[in-house]
Design a protein around this ligand. Structure first.
Ligand code: GDP
Length: 357
């Protein structure tokens, strides 16, 4: 899938850079354009991808300090300039756009939904969000910001691929120490998903193409990605269990939003040497995902790669009913009320209380 990536905020920019670097290093060729937009000069200076500083009039390059309403305002003010800068990034070959942001901060949390909204008005290509959910131990402001941002992204984007910051990092490691490792893992897994739609040679019609990723995400809402890999035998017939067990592992223990198994649609991509991929294994894995997710719309296919491993990617779409998301939204609501108690003025902006006129 030929994708353009637009990072908003610190995490958004770092992730876009990690994805672009992974794509270039592995020669997969799915990332066709990259731009990082931010309000903080110090953050953009650290990046090697094309960058753009916004909100200079309001915040003078100093960032929005976790205020996502200000982040949204800045993006509204400068949207025309940002859209102008995208001309070179959003070329005709691009099949999907990903707006990438950490949802718990300010610039990305507020700016990403606004940018998605503007992009949708102008482009016919699918506009997806790639959002990072704050870890459970991050403070109330992060949870409240992420709740509002996610709610708006779900409304605005064609789909929101969500990654929980607690999902793909080693236990015992603090979240901030782990950022680089998490970003690399995200780059590998999301990068592989994007690249899986790019291969044109291989085992004929069973190869996954971009339209299958787009059709899986068509239902909208929140999506999640799982990944697992294992050594494979040279004989495809011996790899039926390798494929089914990596699929189980990806779905049950390695989803980007943990505890999400109920979904509206899914895509199972089995990556590896075509001679090692068992058709029977792929079909069994696909049927197992159908049973486990309760979805009747589960696609399956191969991603031919030169490797001694077999890796399985499971993309789920429409996972709003997952336990983790229900718990997150409950916590975000509670955090929103808590931050209001800390700031008495905010109580007058509570959306649950209607205006008189
Ligand atoms: P912004 O620059 O105002 O948009 O704020 P950030 O991008 O720093 O957003 C803060 C949120 O993103 C917090 O929930 C952090 O946990 C998360 N975050 C910050 N940096 C990174 C990063 O490099 N990787 C990941 N995965 N998450 C990050």
């Amino acid at each position: 899938m030929k994708a353009a990536l637009i990072g908003v905020g610190q995490a958004g920019g770092k992730l876009v850079q990690a994805l672009a670097e992974y794509d270039a290093r592995t020669d997969l060729g799915a990332v066709r354009g990259a731009l990082a937009v931010n309000t903080a000069r110090s953050d953009v200076q650290r990046l090697d991808v094309e960058t753009m500083l916004v909100g200079q009039e309001r915040v003078k390059g100093n960032g929005v300090g976790g205020d996502n309403q200000l982040g949204a305002q800045v993006m509204q003010d400068d949207a025309t300039e940002v859209m102008g800068a995208l001309d070179g990034v959003l070329t005709a070959e691009v099949e999907a756009v990903f707006v990438v942001a950490g949802l718990g901060g300010g610039s990305g949390s507020g700016g990403a939904p606004v940018l998605v909204n503007r992009l949708k008005q102008v482009y016919d290509t699918p506009i997806y969000a790639l959002g990072i959910l704050p870890g459970k131990n991050e403070g109330a402001m992060y949870q409240a910001n992420a709740g509002r941002s996610l709610k708006t992204l779900v409304r605005e984007a064609d789909a929101t691929l969500l990654i929980d910051n607690d999902a793909w990092h080693a236990s015992g490691e603090s979240l901030t120490d782990a950022f680089d490792a998490i970003n690399e893992t995200i780059a590998q897994r999301v990068g592989l998903l994007l690249a899986s739609g790019e291969v044109t040679e291989g085992v004929g019609e069973s190869v996954v193409d971009s339209s299958e990723i787009i059709n899986t995400l068509r239902k909208g809402g929140i999506a999640a990605l799982g990944f697992a890999s294992a050594d494979a035998s040279e004989d495809a017939g011996e790899n039926v269990n390798v494929i089914t067990s990596t699929t189980r592992k990806a779905l049950l223990t390695a989803m980007s939003v943990p505890d999400s198994t109920v979904a509206d649609a899914a895509l199972v991509v089995v990556a590896g040497d075509p001679d090692r991929i068992s058709r029977k294994g792929v079909e069994r894995a696909r049927r197992w995902v159908e049973e486990e997710t309760g979805s009747l719309e589960v696609r399956g296919g191969d991603f031919p790669l030169d490797s001694e491993y077999i890796a399985t990617l499971v993309l789920l779409a429409g996972i709003e009913r997952s336990d983790r998301l229900e718990a997150f939204m409950a916590r975000a609501r509670e955090a929103a009320t808590q931050t209001e108690r800390e700031d008495p003025r905010a109580a007058f902006q509570n959306e649950e209380i209607e205006d008189l006129f």
